[in-house]
Design a binder for this molecule. Structure first.
Ligand code: BGC
Length: 719
């Protein structure tokens, strides 16, 4: 696209204060249609004649800006008046943020030093189809806006008494436009409103608002105040053991709001930042705060919920709800590890672990296609994949299971939605990743050497370490095999020649079997069996079951083993043990956090310990979706729904019921229609209800039936 606008910025740096840019024009009689294209270095909010343009929040979103900066195009015809005034306020957003809080690097310094720029074009079309373009240039003006500060980690400060005055001409600056791309991902918008449940005073005397649910977004409050009075708010996820407000786990992220009131009753929420929170501490608030004055607005990518899970165990239903909320809270344009502390990064490992669950819960095809384009854009020349995408860590030494997001995510998106586009788009990147390992390893056909996260947060970690005790090189080699296999599969779908990778795969499997004839930990067993590397999978799965029992029917796995542990058990005849793990209520387990009041998924199985104390002060997120990946086991194994052909053109429903649940119902709205599976223990038998809008292969009590689309009831026996 040929652009006519130019990048503009304030003449002098306004420091923390967010500039507002302005353009005024008179409507020509003949104007029939008006459109507006905008992007910015930061995040922007646009208003035309005082009315917000569009419902996109935090535009232009977060991409690998160097090569890919999205712009949005809005139809503004309806907002036009005789005299028009367009105002665009720009905050630091992700583009000029000090992210991540725990790393200093040159790229970060340069990022923060960028001018606060905006780029816009107005298209005014008359009845004969003639188009006038008004692009940003030196005739646009700017002034200080009421937003005195705004940034992703630290929050926002708004002065409602400030009116932009002292307008000055903006300055054109050199900045290429070749990285500008049309909006590619889902729109980020306000998706849900959660009313405050209570306002209370803690033992320490703090006034705290509780929404009863952790959300990602911002609070909207209404206050009756005198001009100049202040509102000061801090955000928190949990209360401490004494019931006091707690926020140490936000680390460097200040996550605060400051609002200076005008006279009278006023309602406000920030627009250029977001927080992960359940609680607010009101450091200052005019008058006596009441719950009805506060609403938490959940902001995330405009994803359509496609999956539903319900069963007869209330705590499990809470877990399901927490998994969905965990996804809402971390699918804000980029799949992030967490939404609150000084991190909020697109950690590749977390995304890879969760992608299957994510793709059943919500329609995330577009969301992942955009993020995977960023992954490829940030991939290093030699094929290395950064730890986070967009690559704010600038770390070119990749870790196994994190970098493998390059192959695992596209393959899963293809499996769930059935369109080859994602594979076609990512194929080069997938191959480059495998080639990287081939060149980087110290040992041919295995992945040895390098630095890895291992089985991150595995419970069998030696004291003081975050890494479980599974052998890192075993994990790395297993993922090397798996990624190679996915390149082969993708190649077959696309009709590409992958003979070289086929030979490589055979060699890796042979080398793996020679190097690792036996396994020592739950995670080692799990990946060896799940990736098809174990020579005698049934025997290994049986040994894994024994090991889990020896460990007191407790999981010991971390990021790497957890997503597949239950799958391996139930696929090899140990479904009852898988359910035992799922239903366990004591630490460590999925339900333990639920018994502690969790409303999202925790980073650590014991984020809050039995005695109410915290696992740690600095690595303790209460909204980390990774372990929520257990939901894909519920869909695929417990309810038995899985695609037999990509996109569910053909589905399988092979439920594995368990009496302890009483009943379970799961459904997925697929590209080929709904598929729903329900089972319930009744009158000494099990009643199965299956509904599918595509042909389905039903497996009950070991009997397989191929049936056309329709609704069916079957009766099965109890084991
Ligand atoms: C993040 C993780 C991430 C990890 C890398 C953490 O700080 O929060 O979820 O995958 O680092 O090991």
């Amino acid at each position: 696209m040929e652009f006519q606008g130019k990048w503009i910025r304030p003449k002098a740096d306004l420091g923390d204060i967010c500039p507002v840019f302005r353009k005024e024009w008179k409507k020509e009689e003949e104007t029939e249609k008006a459109e507006l294209l905008i992007t910015a270095v930061g995040v922007y909010e646009a208003r035309l004649n005082g009315v917000r343009v569009g419902d996109y929040v935090l535009a232009p979103g977060w991409t690998s800006y160097r090569t890919r900066l999205q712009y949005q195009v809005y139809d503004i015809t309806e907002l036009l008046k005789e005299d028009n005034c367009l105002e665009i306020t720009v905050g630091k957003g992700w583009a000029r943020s000090p992210m991540p809080g725990f790393v200093e690097n040159e790229e970060k310094r340069q990022r923060q030093a960028q001018p606060c720029g905006v780029f816009a074009e107005l298209y005014l079309t008359d009845s004969r189809g003639n188009r006038t373009v008004i692009g940003t240039d030196g005739s646009w003006q700017y002034a200080e806006s009421p937003v005195r500060f705004s940034e992703i980690y630290d929050g926002e400060w708004y002065d409602a008494q400030v009116r932009p005055i002292q307008w000055q001409n903006a300055v054109v600056f050199e900045k290429p436009c070749d990285n500008l791309i049309p909006q590619e991902g889902e729109k980020i918008c306000e998706k849900e409103r959660v009313r405050a449940k209570r306002v209370f005073v803690t033992p320490a005397g703090e006034t705290v608002v509780d929404f009863g649910q952790e959300v990602t977004g911002y609070v909207e409050f209404t206050v009756d105040a005198r001009a100049g009075q202040e509102v000061r708010i801090l955000h928190g996820e949990v209360l401490d053991a004494e019931g006091n407000f707690y926020r140490e786990n936000y680390r460097e992220a200040k996550a605060q709001l400051r609002y200076i009131c005008r006279e009278g009753v006023q309602t406000w929420h920030p627009v250029l930042t977001f927080f992960g929170f359940r609680y607010l501490k009101l450091e200052e608030f005019p008058g006596e705060a009441k719950p009805e004055q506060f609403t938490a607005i959940a902001v995330y990518s405009d994803l359509r919920q496609t999956g539903r899970l319900r069963c007869g165990v209330p705590e499990l239903n809470r877990l399901f709800s927490n998994i969905f909320w965990g996804q809402r809270g971390n699918f804000l344009d980029v799949p992030t590890d967490c939404p609150q502390r000084d991190e909020r990064l697109g950690w590749t490992g977390d995304a890879e672990v969760f992608v299957k669950t994510a793709s059943y819960n919500f329609d995330v095809e577009k969301f992942f296609i955009k993020w995977l384009h960023d992954l490829a854009a940030d991939q290093y020349e030699n094929g290395a994949v950064g730890h986070v995408v967009p690559d704010y860590l600038q770390n070119s030494t990749p870790s196994a299971a994190w970098g493998d997001a390059a192959t695992i995510c596209p393959w899963q998106i293809y499996q769930t939605y059935g369109s080859q586009k994602v594979l076609a788009d990512q194929f080069e990147s997938m191959k480059k990743w495998v080639d990287y390992i081939t060149h980087a390893t110290d040992t041919p056909n295995l992945w040895t050497g390098g630095t890895h996260y291992g089985d991150w947060l595995g419970l069998d970690a030696p004291s003081g370490s975050y890494k479980g005790s599974s052998r890192e090189e075993l994990i790395a080699s297993a993922f090397y095999a798996h990624s190679t296999q996915l390149v082969i599969r993708a190649g077959h779908v696309l009709g590409e020649d992958v003979t070289e990778y086929e030979a490589l795969y055979q060699a890796i499997v042979a080398a793996f079997r020679a190097a690792y004839p036996e396994y020592r930990t739950q995670t080692e067993y799990t990946v060896a069996v799940w990736f098809g590397l174990a020579e005698h999978p049934q025997k290994s799965a049986d040994e894994l079951a024994e090991l889990v029992k020896k460990d007191g029917c407790q999981l010991r796995t971390g990021f790497v083993g957890t997503p597949f542990l239950l799958h391996v058990l139930s696929s090899y005849g140990h479904a009852d043990l898988a359910y035992t793990l799922l239903l366990r209520r004591e630490y460590p387990s999925w339900l333990y956090p639920v018994t502690k009041g969790a409303t999202t998924i925790w980073e650590h199985w014991d984020g809050i310990m039995e005695d109410g104390g915290f696992w740690s002060a600095d690595m303790n997120s209460f909204n980390h979706y990774a372990y929520g990946s257990v939901a894909d086991w519920i869909y695929e194994e417990a309810a038995g729904i899985r695609p037999l052909e990509p996109g569910f053109a053909q589905a399988q429903v092979a439920p594995k019921p368990d009496r302890r649940l009483g009943w379970l119902e799961a459904s997925i709205e697929t590209r080929h229609g709904l598929v729903r599976s329900r089972w319930e223990y009744q009158d000494g038998g099990i009643r199965y209800e299956i509904e599918a809008e595509m042909p389905v292969s039903v497996v009950i009590d070991g009997t397989k039936r191929q049936v056309p689309a329709g609704s069916y009831i079957f009766w099965g026996s109890e084991k």
